[in-house]
Design a protein around this ligand. Sequence first.
Ligand code: MRU
Length: 351
Amino acid sequence: VALKLNLPRTIEYSEGRVRLINQLLLPDRLEYIETKDWRRVAEAIKKMEIRGAPAIGVAAAMALALAARSLSPMPLEKALSYMRDVAEKVKSTRPTAVNLFWAVDRVMAAISKAGNVEELVELAEKEAIKIWREDEECNRRIGEIGERLIGDGDTVMTICNAGSLATSYYGTATAPIYKAVEKGKKVRVIALETRPYLQGARLTAWELSRAGIEVYVITDNQMGIVAQRENVSLIIVGADRITRTGYVANKIGTYPLSLVAKDLGIPFYVAAPTSTIDLKAEGPEDFEIERRPSEELLYIYGKRIAPEGVEAIYYAFDITPPKLISGIITEKGIAYPPFPKSIPRIVEGED
Ligand code: MRU
């Protein structure tokens, strides 16, 4: 059966307007946010109306393009200083996914070459569109490269949503799955629900089932027994930041999943574009792990689930050490251990 992805575009840019899916409403309603205001895009990142490392990066670049478009005639130096201020505000929306910082820095580097304000606007827009298009292309490549790891009849386990909704299109962890199905392989997917935001249950299950792929949702705490009993052939997860030495920050629950994989001898792969690799970060202490408000964990659809007066601890991401990772699938190839060697090489494109 040929695959019909049947997926709407996560985020689009056209003539000074950004349109993005409001992911907080899925799977109940498919609704879009449309805006010409960069502040609204920044707010969408902060509120997680758009989320997933590559999608956040694309949204941030588009926010800068909108900010540039809103500039009235003024001296170039004044415009650049305004843009630097916008860049800082956009960067402050979420701390862990490095794609956000990478995309903002790329647009800022592009506009630094402007000779006047009109040129600045043009360069900002061009770079944002380039980042958006490149992301889709990277995922397509990740799909082609990663597909070879999936056999006909395999069961693949994943966490959170590193799917099309987390990127411009195809997704990272889902791209090899989509590609394998496109090639006629039968693939069964087990999606961890991913408390407390439920990206697995709400988003991954939504997009895979829309594409006609057999998908099951499990609670996060079933990961051990399901990996033991359900013939899991492979685990593929996304990443929010990968350090030079191969530490992977990803959605909370990824690290315990990698331990289960190691114990059971299940291959554990990370799929991410090289824009998720932070060569400046050496180890797990070199960047921030987002902590979100206690309420997001203590309330389910408005209902409190723990006694009043009790606080929660809520880390939104965890860190998987390189020793638990079989390989990192990027658009430039798969990096294998030892990662301190293979990661810098793959980023520089020598592989
Ligand atoms: O908090 P989120 O939903 O932005 O977290 C998303 C993840 O952890 C994804 O796995 C990661 O960003 C990779 S997305 C291709």
